[in-house]
Structures are given as structure tokens and as C-alpha cells.
Design a protein around this ligand. Structure first.
Ligand SMILES: NC(=O)C1=CN([C@@H]2O[C@H](COP(=O)(O)OP(=O)(O)OC[C@H]3O[C@@H](n4cnc5c(N)ncnc54)[C@H](OP(=O)(O)O)[C@@H]3O)[C@@H](O)[C@H]2O)C=CC1
Ligand SMILES: O=C(O)CCC[C@H](O)\C=C/C=C/C=C/C(=O)C/C=C\CCCCCO
Length: 329
């Protein structure tokens, strides 16, 4: 019998998550029945959505939500061979039983040389978020100017590179000078540290004096309220996330954004990547191709050991990650 280690939400987060909000437990797994599989998590994802979704979808004592790349270690299902890798949405756990229906097998064309953890990042949900947000929500066109915040993260770093592939000028911002240097190294035309600029308004104007056609917003809050005034006529905003607000114990009272929305007849559309699952296969194929061609670079913030999941999650929310944050079980 296999014993899984799991992280449960011991106490709902108030403000930033704290290590004491989590508790690791051991769960004895039953022996497999016919048709079942035993999988071992190899890489686990920590993502910003876990913070707001935990309040909305979880109760205290539940296993933390999340996705993983897992390896089939025992199979009583002839359709799935031992040694196969899959993406699953089974939360923060080292092992789990599946009937196979909830697994997304890694593409057969996945090269041995490519880290399988990319299926959680650049060639997974964050990459698809960038892909859908740029091509379907922003509908970027060659020659346009794209702005993206949290630009050195899992989604933002793909947004900037896909926008370059799409023939756009790209401006990005991040919270450290080393992240800004990284952005320039992967092709951003302009990049700045939003924490150290004296004026965000000035920094946005300097980076693109005639404004922005597309704004891929991962942050929301005050940044979005200032950036919206730099949009060109008929500009488009992909409202992807609002990480500046997820950890607020008291909701921020931001300035209103309706006036520039109306004045410039802006399009602003919130979206959730899972509503575009019909584009997933096409997106994964395109992202994998660009990675293999060297056109889409990736960086992973790998934290070793399952026991360090809470630290990895808290670190990501505090900006300690460059690129996709994953935990190597
Ligand atoms: N709509 C959808 O379907 C999806 C939305 N998202 C959203 O996209 C955004 C980015 O996600 P993801 O790429 O996975 O995360 P990242 O890998 O970018 O990690 C989060 C980053 O957000 C930045 N950040 C944290 N707090 C703040 C703040 N107060 N102000 C500005 N930046 C902050 C930090 O970088 P820095 O150093 O720049 O501060 C941190 O590294 C999130 O808002 C997430 O919720 C993600 C996936 C799907
Ligand atoms: O249980 C789920 O649906 C989680 C699925 C996660 C999966 O990997 C796919 C989608 C991830 C979506 C991420 C969305 C965001 O990061 C946006 C975050 C917050 C938006 C506001 C949420 C308000 C909740 O009250």
C-alpha cells in the first residue's frame, strides 16, 4: 500500500499566505482496482490563482488545489502504460489514483531533452493563457505596441516573446533589476522595474511615447488605472489577472477606469484560459514548436522537495520567482 503526502489548507489565508496556514498529512492509498492507475507527482505547479480560488472553492482541511506533471508507476488499465507522463489537476500531493479520464498525456512528440515541467508553464496553462490572451483577446497585429506587467513571470514572459514573434514592439515591467535584464535578454524592446521608477506614468510614456495598442494586464490595481491612460485609440486590454489584489485583507479602492475606457472606446475583456480549452491542442503544438526553434525561451524557478511547496507558493506571490515557479517532488 502506498502512502501519499499531501498539503492541506489548514486555515484560510488572511493577507499573504503563511506557512502555518498549511499542514502536511499522510494519506494511505487503496490498492488499485481494475482500470485504475497509480501516479507519482514529479513536478507540481504553484500559481497565483490558488490564492483567490482557495477562498472561493476550498474549505479548511481540503487538499490545496493545483496541477502536476505525474508519472504512471502502476497500471491496471491496458490503455495506460507504466512510465507514461501526464498533466493532472489533483492538487498538492505526491501520489494519487486515477482512472485515466482526468489525465492530459504529454504529447508523444515531447523530446526527452525538454524538461517535462514545461507542461506546467511555457508549454502549459500559463503559456496557453499568453497565447489566447494575445491572439484572441488582444488580437495583436504586426507593428503594434504591446505592454505586459509581471512580464518576467510564467505568463508575462511568454506574452512578450509571442508578441515579438508576432512582429510587435514589446514593453514589459517586473519587480527587480535582474528580472528587467532577463526581459531584455529574451527580446523585450523596453523593460523597467516598476518598484524603482519615480513615476509609473513617466516610465510608460518614455517606453512608448505614442502609447500602447495592446495591454496584457496580469496585475490590475493602480498599475492598470495608470496604464489605461496610455492606451491608443481602439486599443485592447486583456484582463488576465489582478495579482496586486489577491493578497489584500482589505479590498483596495482604486481610481475608476471607465472614463478612458469610454473616451478611447477601449475593449477590455476578462478571460479564463479554461474557457478556451478548444484551442489547447493547437496552442500546445505551437508553443512546443517555438520552444524547439529557440524562438520561445523559458526560465523555471525550481524548488526542490515536496515539503517546500508552501515556501515555493509564498515565494512566488512575493515575486521571488523568475519564470514559472515549480516544485520538483
Ligand atoms: N485569466 C487566466 O486564465 C489566467 C490568469 N493568470 C494570472 O496571470 C498573472 C500572472 O500569473 P503567473 O504568470 O502564473 O505568475 P508569475 O509567474 O508572474 O508570478 C507572479 C508574479 O506577480 C508579480 N507580482 C506579485 N505581486 C505583485 C504586485 N503587488 N504588483 C505587481 N506585480 C506583482 C511578481 O513579479 P514581479 O517581480 O514582477 O513583482 C510575481 O513573480 C496572475 O495575475 C494570474 O492570476 C494566470 C493564468 C491564467
Ligand atoms: O479549479 C480550477 O478551476 C482551477 C483550474 C486551474 C487550471 O490550471 C486552469 C486555469 C487557471 C486559471 C487562472 C486564473 C487566474 O489566475 C485568475 C485569477 C483570479 C481571477 C479572480 C478570481 C476570483 C475568485 O473569487
Amino acid at each position: 500500500m502506498v502512502t501519499a503526502k499531501v498539503w492541506v489548507l489548514k486555515k484560510h489565508f488572511e493577507g499573504f499566505p503563511k506557512p502555518s496556514d498549511f499542514e502536511m498529512k499522510q494519506v494511505a492509498l487503496a490498492n488499485l482496482k481494475d482500470g485504475e492507475l497509480l501516479l507519482e507527482s514529479v513536478f507540481l505547479s504553484v500559481d497565483p490563482y490558488m490564492r483567490p480560488y482557495s477562498k472561493r472553492d476550498m474549505k479548511e482541511g481540503d487538499v490545496m488545489i493545483g496541477t502536476q506533471v505525474a508519472r504512471i508507476v502502476e497500471s491496471k488499465n491496458p490503455a495506460f502504460a507504466v512510465g507514461t507522463f501526464a498533466v493532472a489537476n489533483r492538487g498538492w500531493r505526491t501520489h494519487f489514483i486515477s482512472d485515466g479520464k482526468d489525465l492530459s498525456l504529454l504529447p508523444a512528440s515531447w523530446p526527452e531533452s525538454l524538461p517535462k515541467s514545461l507542461a506546467l508553464g511555457t508549454v502549459g496553462m500559463p503559456g496557453l493563457t499568453a497565447y489566447v490572451g494575445l491572439f484572441e483577446i488582444c488580437k495583436m497585429k504586426p507593428g503594434e505596441t504591446v505592454l505586459v506587467n509581471a512580464a518576467a513571470g510564467a505568463v508575462g514572459s511568454v506574452v512578450g516573446q509571442l508578441a515579438k514573434i508576432g512582429g510587435c514592439k514589446v514593453v514589459g515591467c517586473a519587480g527587480s533589476d535582474s528580472k528587467v535584464a532577463y526581459l531584455k535578454s529574451i527580446g523585450f524592446d523596453e523593460a523597467f522595474n516598476y518598484k524603482t521608477v519615480t513615476s509609473l506614468d513617466e516610465a510608460l510614456r518614455k517606453a512608448s511615447p505614442d502609447g500602447y495598442d495592446c495591454f496584457f494586464d496580469n496585475v490590475g490595481g493602480e498599475f492598470a488605472s495608470i496604464a489605461i491612460n496610455h492606451m491608443k485609440k481602439y486599443g485592447r486590454i486583456a484582463v488576465c489577472g489582478a495579482i496586486s489584489q489577491y493578497n489584500d485583507s482589505v479590498p483596495q479602492k482604486g481610481p475608476y477606469i471607465q472614463i478612458p475606457m469610454i473616451f478611447n472606446e477601449l475593449s477590455m475583456k476578462g478571460f479564463i484560459v479554461t474557457s478556451w480549452n478548444n484551442r489547447r491542442e493547437e496552442g500546445v503544438k505551437a508553443l512546443l514548436k517555438w520552444v524547439l526553434e529557440g524562438k520561445l525561451k523559458y526560465h523555471e524557478q525550481v524548488t526542490e522537495r515536496f515539503e517546500n511547496m508552501p515556501a515555493a507558493f509564498i515565494g512566488m506571490l512575493k515575486g521571488e520567482n523568475l519564470g514559472k515557479a515549480v516544485v520538483k517532488a
